[in-house]
Design a protein around this ligand. Structure first.
Ligand code: DQA
Length: 159
């Protein structure tokens, strides 16, 4: 199983930007913890960060046929990007969006979310731990998908 983790604009500034909102962990530290858990769980994991909308769209498209699931924090693009939403919808992979902060209890403009309706689920407000929860959630989704596929196979073989 391969998971691609996509990080949007300004997340490369974690540990520096608004620590009272996002905490003190750097993106590299978050990724190191995710990598450790992935290795323990025998999951292949790839990390990608960009400040550019088009590069994020390209990366999502590259996941088609290459990854089994996407974990994405589209950051500020969450609230504006129809292009990222359409890309997630196009590749049609299990996708979990993560927000470090609780976007529902912040400024009004953060309540608009273009991405959530095309994602499998959203994890918000857990701080960097949300990325770990997303990985656990992705493993669960994959196990359920595998069980459904196995059942469908048995049904078609019994016919
Ligand atoms: C964020 C929330 C967004 O509103 C903001 O623009 C970010 C980070 C979060 O992880 O809490 O850059 O996605």
């Amino acid at each position: 199983m391969k998971i691609v983790v996509i990080q949007g604009p300004n997340l490369n500034m974690l540990g520096i930007r608004e620590q009272q909102v996002y905490g003190s962990m750097k993106l590299e530290q978050i990724h190191a913890q995710m990598k450790e858990f992935a290795t323990q769980s025998e999951i292949e994991i790839e990390f990608f960060q960009s400040n550019l909308e088009g590069e994020i769209v390209d990366k999502i498209q590259e996941c088609y046929g290459d990854a089994d699931g996407i974990i994405i924090n589209a950051a500020a693009y969450t609230h504006t990007s129809i292009a990222i939403r359409d890309a997630i919808s196009a590749v049609n992979l299990p996708t979990i969006e993560v927000h470090i902060s609780n976007i529902h209890r912040r400024e009004e403009f953060r309540k608009q979310n273009m991405i959530a309706p095309v994602c499998t689920s959203s994890i918000v407000g857990f701080g960097p731990f949300g990325y770990h929860l997303a990985m656990v959630g992705m493993i669960q989704i994959m196990n359920e998908l595998r069980a459904v596929q196995e059942m469908q196979k048995q049904v078609s073989e019994a016919k």
